[in-house]
Design a binder for this molecule. Sequence first.
Ligand code: ACM
Ligand code: ZN
Length: 518
Amino acid sequence: MNGCSNNSIELLGLVPIPSHLKIQDGTIELNGEIRLRYQQNDVELSKISKQFSHRLADYGLKISAKGNQAPEIVISKTSTGKENSEAYELSISDQGILLQSSGYAGIYYGLQSIYQLLSPGNSSGRHELPYLEIRDEPRFKWRGMHLDVARHFFPTEFIKKYIDLIAMHKMNIFHWHLTEDQGWRIAIKNYPKLEKISAWRTETLIGHYSDQPHQFDGQRYGGYYTQEEIIDIISYADDRYVTVVPEIEMPGHATAALAAYPELSCTGGPHEVETIWGVHKEVFCAGKEETFEFLENVLKEVAELFPGSYIHIGGDECPKDRWKECNLCQARIKSNGLKNEHELQSYFIKRIEGILDEHGKRLIGWDEILEGGLAPKAIVQSWRGMDGGIEAVNANHQVIMSPTSHAYFDYYQSKDKQGEPLAIGGFLPLEKVYEFEPVPDDIDPDKRHLILGGQANVWTEYIKTPEQAEYMAVPRMCAMAEVLWSPQNKKDYNSFLNRMDKHTKRLDYMDIHYRKLD
Ligand code: ACM
Ligand code: ZN
């Protein structure tokens, strides 16, 4: 028997595929019980182990009492000689199961691999684990999934399920797109009208934007997350080594906020929360000090709520029509010696970066923040292709790659749209996601480290329910996870598809409404 054949590796169904994996002859038989050993005085490790015990119950396994002869798993936080706290080593042999990492995240990822080795949906407690050696570490530091909860609102239970999906795929960033023209979804104590007015729209467009004439459903729609709910979500994500990155959009995509606080627009309003998709002309006035005061107060609350290092401020698709007509915006251009409205946008983002700096947060913006000059420490998320990312890297800025070509999961998954739910457009099949390469060839080797990683985006203009969000996100996120975690030389689409046979059973068991593979 050749225990190391690709075939048997594929049968294990590990997604993403580990950096190094060697199957050896022999198996460990589990029969209902497993012994668990770890450094008991380590509070974080105890927490992880508790989560592990809880999860094992799904497989019919329980942690046995001392003295029992059941196979043993040893979880050890120890230096493996690797700096990377997300790296881990897993050995299964006649000695039992040994999981080691220098970091808690690494331990967590090792446990994800162990879950994947167990049989999904098998709660009998009887499992067979092959002897193997895994040494594994992520290729990229930033392995992200985004969700737009503004165009459509998603309940906290679904947000947790989405975080579960992120974590099981060894991804580590949840980019929570919280504000838009069509709704503001985060309660801000200083500005109660955001939850009373900005979180609600009078109705919603029916059908596709391109269908004429536009028709509306006549139904009031909205919702928002309380700060208590947000704290709960962050804690849930933290237990799964997922950082939540909130996005508060500015200066564009801000109509919902302006509906409640019209004094912050150039015209002073009145404005209404948008009922139709697209790019809208009402934006925050860059000439008024009140705008910066409002955003500073909002960002202060956001910075206090979210413990992560990053705050995304949007920055995309900000039409300059109002700024061109506004005396105050024009006066700002003049008094600051700016050339045009692009430089005014740059002025805006730089001021916001200063505010975030005071709260110890790094600013992330979509690639439009390059226009008019980048804020000194800004991280650029490249979405209009890779060029913005390349330009930012060449200017020594950190970059997240999420080009529409490979990372827009709101695009159709099939050429034949007939069988698919209505989507915004485009065509992004699973195989194309798998082909994504976040580091373009023409970037100098000494700048490649500036590419933090990649991210898939799920915009929800046409995604109304959790089930539909799952359908659009999965299995494309499985492919994205492998792109962002596994080494380039391990990428093999056929192997991925073969491993998806077992992985989809796991998704079935989790009740994920994923799109079936072709
Ligand atoms: C974007 O898709 N407008 C960032
Ligand atoms: Zn203005």
